[in-house]
Design a protein around this ligand. Structure first.
Ligand SMILES: [Zn+2]
Length: 92
């Protein structure tokens, strides 16, 4: 106490484990380009205040391992911006 702590701003990131060498990699993704409507929808879905200026970060499509430098296609298990076309409603 008494010592002034420096603060850092935390950003959303994606992490993945390289299947080749096992290195854990972090990737911060890239800001998504959203229309006003898409932005409002995301805010509504995630309970973010509408006037929040934060950027929505999208998952990268390709990632490169910092260990072995191999590049992989990225898979993202979030349905963010990818609503199930079948309209599968399994909420109960
Ligand atoms: Zn690797």
């Amino acid at each position: 106490m008494g010592e002034k702590q420096e603060k850092v701003l935390l950003h959303t990131a994606f992490w993945w484990e390289c299947p080749g060498c096992g290195t854990q990699n972090f990737d911060h993704g890239s800001p998504m380009e959203l229309s006003d409507d898409e932005r409002k929808e995301l805010h509504r879905m995630h309970g973010v205040p509408e006037d929040d200026e934060g950027e929505w970060m999208g998952a990268p499509e390709k990632v490169t391992c910092s260990g072995c430098r191999r590049t992989f296609d990225a898979q993202h298990d979030s349905d963010l911006l990818q609503p199930d076309p079948a309209g599968d409603d399994d909420s109960d």
